[in-house]
Write a protein that binds this ligand. Structure first.
Ligand code: SAM
Ligand code: FES
Length: 345
């Protein structure tokens, strides 16, 4: 194993076989240490915060793994008004956030005009805007970009096309790929990522995911464990091994793309009480605390056991800073675009 890590530390290309070996390593501490070292050298010790606003849980899609899928009649649906979204963003900026992430199901009520208005208003606050609202036409992506959107998060979920189309019925993997290439061409900072532990997913396909992220290349990669939701067709699947495998995915991602932004995803903390801090020690350098207010926090239930549903945005903001400082890291209060750290050196 050590020779593969030594190659990775020298920034030499890793083959798919090398990546599968790293993902199957039984004692991952040396892998995690290597990723931590690369993270320190390429993006520094500071952690970037992004305020997550979950503005609607309506969704036209029916992904088998997702708690807000169209067919989940038990989901309590909500949709924040544009005014409320802008107000929530204002509050987040007041709490020191420099980036607002707008996330929702694929809710057709929010047409391009409404979204562009929201983006423009949030940009006036001086914040960077990240969108995570699913698959749209190239024209819509161009309109959001024109309105000022800076980044877009769209996980491929899995690069295994057959698996994707089985788990996301009526969705097309080719279209999801088209979206990612359109976003890249339109000049967004593009984030993609994988759901780790999907039934039928293999280490080989996870290695393919990482190679895809490297080749695109992504500016951000959000790797999260799959956590079965009881009101979905995948209810009852276990989460055995998903946490550690997600850490390994983050670590190898850091070795492959040393200077990108990698969030310590919220779902990690559902599976382990120190989940985000452990992710920060395995290559991650970003945290996305929840800035949504009130009952929407619990209603945006992609998976069970979501953390911080009873907290207010200001509590999450203070709590995450304390946690970050408890591991000897500090919060960075700038926009944290891809490559900023190395440019500033
Ligand atoms: N609709 C947008 C999209 O498709 O990109 C954004 C919202 S979607 C709910 C955000 C992410 O939640 C998905 O990319 C997926 O990886 C994750 N997710 C959905 N169900 C999950 C589950 N059961 N466990 C963990 N993550 C899940
Ligand atoms: Fe729509 Fe998951 S099924 S966001």
């Amino acid at each position: 194993m050590q020779p593969i890590l030594a190659c990775a530390l020298r920034q030499e290309t890793l083959s798919k076989t090398d990546i599968v070996s790293l993902l199957s390593i039984p004692e991952p501490a040396p892998l995690f240490d290597a990723a931590d070292q690369v993270r320190r050298n390429f993006v520094g010790d500071e952690v970037y915060l992004r305020a997550l606003i979950e503005f609607s849980n309506y969704c036209k899609n029916d992904c088998l793994y997702c708690g807000i899928r169209r067919s989940n009649a038990a989901a309590q649906r909500y949709r924040l008004t544009p005014e409320k979204i802008i107000q929530t963003a204002q509050k987040a900026v007041g709490l020191g956030y420099k980036t607002v992430v707008l996330q929702s199901g694929e809710d057709v009520w929010f047409d391009a005009d409404k979204l562009c208005h929201i983006i423009r208003e949030i940009k006036k606050l001086g914040a960077a805007v990240t969108l995570s609202i699913g698959e749209k036409t190239r024209e819509e992506y161009a309109a959001y970009r024109q309105a000022g959107a800076d980044r877009y998060l769209l996980r491929i979920e899995t690069t295994d096309k057959a698996l994707y189309e089985k788990l996301d019925p009526a969705m097309s993997w080719d279209n999801r790929m088209r979206c990612l290439y359109d976003l890249k061409e339109l000049g967004y900072e593009v984030g993609s990522g994988s759901l780790v532990g999907l039934p039928g997913q293999t280490l080989e396909s996870l290695a393919d995911d990482l190679i895809f992220f490297k080749n695109l290349p992504v500016d951000m990669a959000g790797i999260g464990p799959f956590i079965p939701h009881p009101q979905t067709p995948l209810s009852g699947k276990n989460t055995q091994g998903h946490f550690e495998l997600s850490l390994k995915m983050m670590a190898v991602m850091r070795l492959l793309l040393p200077d990108i932004n990698i969030p310590a995803t919220t779902a990690m903390e559902t599976l382990h009480p120190r989940g985000r801090l452990l992710a920060l020690a395995c290559g991650a350098n970003v945290v996305m605390p929840n800035a949504t207010e009130g009952s929407a926090r619990i209603k945006y239930e992609l998976y069970p056991g979501k953390i911080c549903t009873g907290e207010a945005p200001e509590q999450c903001r203070a709590c995450i800073q304390r946690k970050i400082e408890s591991i000897g890291r500090t919060v960075n209060f700038s926009y944290g675009f891809h490559g900023d750290y190395l440019k500033g050196k």
